[in-house]
Design a protein around this ligand. Structure first.
Ligand code: SAM
Length: 259
């Protein structure tokens, strides 16, 4: 790596799924340190700004412009933060910042860049319901903004056939109302109807809602963009408990002879 030429610094900070308690100490330290904050407005709205700190809010789908603006300001010597919900490396701004550096002017490569991990949505949802990620799992974005929907369906089927628990981010939106239904349809051709499906909406936020259903009954209309969906494997089980919701878990052991 070449010697740094500027005093500027960009911290890409994961602020977790929503509650202040799930913000890491590292994230807090970086949030206190930065003077300029870039990010999607709903994430910036979660911050309690101090005097001398400035917000640069932007809309969804403006990732590269947002990353470029943050890098340029940092390269002028400022302490800049890029704020992401959950973890910044999971379908979020860390990759957009790396892409901007990859394609941008040389002086952006000279900046100090720090990526601060955060608790990603699937971990938050899983923690609310037991341990559905106790065995092998995969995480897929269902958004076709950056990849063809055909590829999404192929990957979903391949991962289900491989016996992985599946977690879906970006499951549905006003612009993409039908795709989650299509994904459930291809899964119904691959997995048993009783396969457990967890809908985790706004986990660790005040409007949190987590519910469990079966693949047969899973209704795409009940999900929105704040929902992360976990589809169990054939091994994922529900443990009924009196007076509390069922515990959902995927056993750590896989016994091939029982299949
Ligand atoms: C653009 S992705 C960003 C993911 C984020 N970087 C992370 O690590 O959680 C947005 C998607 O994350 C999921 N998501 C984010 N926060 C969530 C939460 N608190 N509860 C459930 N799902 C959430 C939803 O699937 C949403 O559509």
């Amino acid at each position: 790596m070449s010697a740094r030429q500027t005093e500027g610094r960009l911290a890409v900070i994961g602020i977790g799924p929503g509650s202040a308690e799930l913000l890491t100490l590292d994230a807090r330290t970086e949030l206190n340190r930065a003077r300029h904050f870039f990010g999607y407005k709903p994430y910036l709205d979660r911050l309690a700004l101090q005097e001398g700190q400035t917000l640069h809010a932007s809309d969804n789908r403006e990732e590269i412009n947002r990353a470029s603006a943050a890098l340029e300001l940092a390269s002028k010597g400022h302490e800049v933060a890029m704020v992401s919900g959950g973890d910044p490396g999971v379908f979020a701004m860390a990759a957009a910042v790396c892409e901007a550096i990859d394609k941008g002017p040389d002086h952006w490569r000279a900046l100090e860049l720090v990526v601060v991990p955060g608790i990603t949505a699937v971990l938050a949802v899983a923690a609310r319901i037991g341990a559905p990620l106790g065995h092998d799992f995969c995480v897929l974005s269902l958004s076709d903004n950056l990849k063809p929907f055909k590829v999404i369906k192929q990957r979903v089927v391949a991962c289900a056939r491989a016996g992985l628990v599946l977690a879906f981010y970006n499951p549905i939106s006003k612009a993409r109302p039908t795709q989650l239904g299509e994904v459930f349809a291809v899964l119904r051709e691959t997995l048993p109807p009783e396969t457990l499906v967890i809908f985790g909406r706004a986990a660790f936020r005040t409007d949190e809602k987590i519910w469990v259903t079966s693949l047969e009954k899973a209704d795409p209309a009940t999900a929105d963009m704040a929902t992360c969906i976990i589809v169990g494997s054939r091994e994922t089980r529900a443990v009924e408990r009196s007076g509390q919701g069922a515990l959902i878990y995927t056993p750590r052991f896989f016994e091939e002879e029982s299949k």
